[in-house]
Ligand binder design. Structure first.
Ligand code: BV8
Ligand code: ZN
Length: 247
């Protein structure tokens, strides 16, 4: 293994309170397109056209067609070694917290016990009328938009641009980052706020930061280690060293 990753792996081993912040890049090797890479989800669409309350109010059907397409894609996807490596870390470190911007549910499917879902969950359908929220894992919803028994239409249970993040989740995420010795930043372009602000919060709270990304990001030059490559390969190297070494 390259010298840098060996040193970074030692930092992981020595750290007691580790927080991980993940983005769409951790699910890329599961076959789910990211948002801003060239094969990105949003290449054909503009975020403003789809992931906003205004777009949904204007044309709920087209927004739902995009989410339905993503749900069917995610339903066929499996967690990859990057997701599983974070489960191994969680089991080895009682002070571990996982924060994700992803709505695909792959961390939970890999076995992460309590991922903090900053941007919600694509499998949740929330009624725009009575507020009823339910989990629905049907990959291909037949009726778009889905209708609640109260007669109002349901929306995806995700956070759109211009919407606040779930307050309790955000508070727990900030608390975890403030108290961390080490923040792992995995597969995020660090462009969406307030999530990306957690990276700066970690740095100002004295935590070390290890970034794992296939490409350069706005934070690559500011972190302690910027490991370049696919998280599905790097995370296991970083975390699942030969089993002999206890983490
Ligand atoms: C809010 C959920 C206020 C739905 C999403 C101007 C400046 C700064 C901020 C703003 C601004 N104008 C507006 C804002 C605020 C705005 C924002 O940040 N805009 C950005 C674009 C400038 N933020 C908001 O609106 C937020 N809300 O501010 O509300 C408020 C407060 C109180 C009360 C009312 C209102 C809400 C933001 C949440 C939006 N929802 N998604 C859905 O998923 O459909 S955002 C969307 O982007 C996803 O959640 C995604 O996770 C997130 C971040 O993207 P990434 O995960 O980083 O994915 P990306 O494709 O960008 O990058 C992938 C990375 O992976 C790349 O770096 C790539 O190199 C790497 N990679 C690829 N393959 C691999 C890999 N790495 C490792 N291994 C690989 N194999
Ligand atoms: Zn309802």
């Amino acid at each position: 293994m390259a010298e840098t990753i060996v040193t970074a792996a030692e930092l992981v081993r020595q750290s007691a309170r580790i927080t991980a912040l993940t983005g769409a890049g951790i699910s890329a090797e599961s076959g789910i397109p990211t948002f801003r890479d060239n094969n990105g989800l949003w290449r054909n669409f503009r975020a403003e056209d789809l992931a906003t309350p205004q777009a949904f109010a204007r044309d709920p059907k087209i927004v739902w067609e995009w989410y339905n397409w993503r749900r069917s894609l995610i339903a066929k996807a499996e967690p990859n070694p990057g997701h599983y490596a974070l489960v191994t870390l969680e089991q080895a470190k009682p002070g571990f917290t996982l924060i994700t911007q992803n709505v695909d549910g792959l961390h939970a499917r890999a076995g992460s016990r309590d991922p903090l879902l900053l941007h919600g969950d694509i499998w949740t359908l929330r009624c725009t009328g009575c507020g009823d929220s339910k989990q629905d894992h049907t990959p291909d919803l037949k009726t778009l938009p889905p209708v609640c028994r109260c007669g109002a239409i349901r929306r995806p249970g995700v956070v759109w641009f211009g919407e606040g993040l779930p307050q309790d989740i955000w508070r727990r995420a900030e608390q975890a980052v403030r108290g961390a010795d080490l923040l792992l930043v995995v597969g995020t372009s660090a462009q969406v706020y307030p999530a990306a602000g957690l990276i700066h919060l970690a740095q100002s709270s004295g935590a070390k930061v290890i970034e794992i990304n296939a490409a350069e990001t706005p934070v690559s030059g500011t972190v302690d280690f910027s490991l370049r490559g696919p998280s599905g390969r790097i995370l296991p190297e970083l975390i699942e060293r030969d089993k002999g070494d206890s983490l």
